[in-house]
Design a protein around this ligand. Structure first.
Ligand SMILES: [Zn+2]
Length: 397
């Protein structure tokens, strides 16, 4: 939800423009600060930022998107195996038309991935279906020192210059095998009935695979070994976040109607979080809606998603847990900014608040990017945020 000042909002950020009485209340009763979530050398992606929020050292645990999504699909990446995100993409001759095969439906994609696994799967390669165009390719004995291009970075560009390149001599056989697999997939997908049907309907065919983001099994310690947390749960519509949760030792809770968009089931997610909190002592509740509105460049919609978060999640959780005998710490933060003006992620530190009934408040009166700068936590890095959350009950200045 973090942003930059926007001219059409009177030079306010989306958080400043949104009416957020409950987040403001918690900022006033709690303590505030900024958190650096994207370490140097990493692109500001959700997987990087969420790993940082949970207190992980990204440089030592990050193994690409594929293996994180594998965890949320229930696919184990074993020692000696490499996982890659495998997109179904649309080519038009030599051009990479789009990275999503026209946002192909999950059932159509699942049939194609099963077909690919049937024809091309063997002792080395196996394909696993995911959601829409996002799938998993597992390779036994692969070398991950590869240069791969995310297909969403090269729309309408020739694909051949962006085929997989080895970053070391030892990785050359892996790169060659993967590139052969890409070309073979093109041969056998061209005439598949699903693609013929899609073309007849004027839709983009899924006529190639595009593997990228290679990695091995992440060496992530569960959160209960890193912090004073016994048990926890994760609630998110996004498979990457759920996958991080799996490696973090959190129970994945699925909520019906959780879409990852502005129309998500806010009430259902708040209810699921409260229920989980009665049994566990940590819940990571993730709402994607504001990020998507930022990618759309839709400032009024983004403001609305922040108001929904305040009124339909924060209010519910604050008011309900106020009644509990066991006090609850509430921390609120985005993972990274997605400014509406540029429609993509940035690496600016994000504003956070931490509330506990016994915490000694700082002087901050509202929750936003500028007010948080004056907070008593200052600028935090690495696992300092999680330590602050866990220690909030005892935080006195
Ligand atoms: Zn995003």
């Amino acid at each position: 939800m973090a942003d930059e000042p926007i001219a059409s909002l009177g030079n306010k950020t989306t958080i400043q423009a949104a009416a957020t009485p409950y987040m403001d209340l918690l900022a006033r009763k709690g303590r505030n600060g900024l958190l650096h979530t994207v370490p140097e050398g990493f692109a500001p992606g959700s997987e990087i930022a969420n790993l940082s929020v949970m207190g992980y050292d990204v440089a030592s645990v990050y193994e690409g998107r594929g293996v994180l999504e594998a965890a949320s699909m229930g696919v184990d990446i074993l020692p000696g195996e490499m996982g890659m995100r495998c997109n179904l993409i649309c080519l038009d001759g030599d051009l990479l038309k789009n990275h999503s095969a026209g946002h192909i439906s999950t059932p159509e994609a699942a049939e194609l991935i099963r077909f690919l696994d049937d024809k091309l799967g063997n002792d080395v390669f196996s394909f696993y279906p995911g959601v829409s165009y996002r799938h998993l390719l597992k390779m036994k004995g692969g070398d991950k020192r590869l240069r791969c291009t995310p297909p969403h970075d090269i729309p309408e560009q020739p694909f051949r210059p962006h085929l997989i390149q080895p970053d070391s001599d030892e990785a050359r056989p892996t790169a060659e095998a993967l590139n052969r697999l890409i070309f073979t997939s093109q041969e056998i997908l061209a005439d598949h009935p699903i693609n013929k049907k899609r073309i007849a309907e004027g839709k983009a065919p899924a006529n190639s695979i595009w593997p990228w983001s290679p990695g091995f099994r992440p060496k992530m310690r569960p959160l209960n070994e890193m912090f004073l947390i016994q048990s926890g749960a994760v609630i998110s519509a996004v498979d990457l976040i759920r996958g991080i949760g799996v490696y973090a030792g959190l129970e994945v809770i699925m909520v019906e109607g959780a879409t990852g968009l502005y129309d998500t089931n806010y009430e259902g997610k708040a209810e699921a979080a409260l229920k989980a909190l009665k049994e566990k002592d940590f819940v990571y509740l993730h709402i994607e809606a504001s990020d998507e509105a930022g990618h759309e460049g839709d400032a009024p919609l983004k403001v609305k998603t922040i108001e929904y978060l305040d009124a339909r999640i924060v209010k519910t959780i604050y008011e309900e847990t106020l009644q509990w005998d066991e006090p609850v710490t509430i921390a609120i933060l985005p993972d990274h900014p997605t400014p509406c003006d540029i429609r993509t992620h940035t690496r600016e530190p994000i504003p956070f608040l931490i509330y506990h009934r016994d915490i000694e408040p700082d002087s901050v009166q509202v929750y936003d990017e500028f007010a948080a700068k004056e907070g008593s936590y200052g600028l935090l890095y690495g696992d300092q945020f999680m330590k602050a959350v866990v220690g909030a009950a005892h935080d006195k200045r």
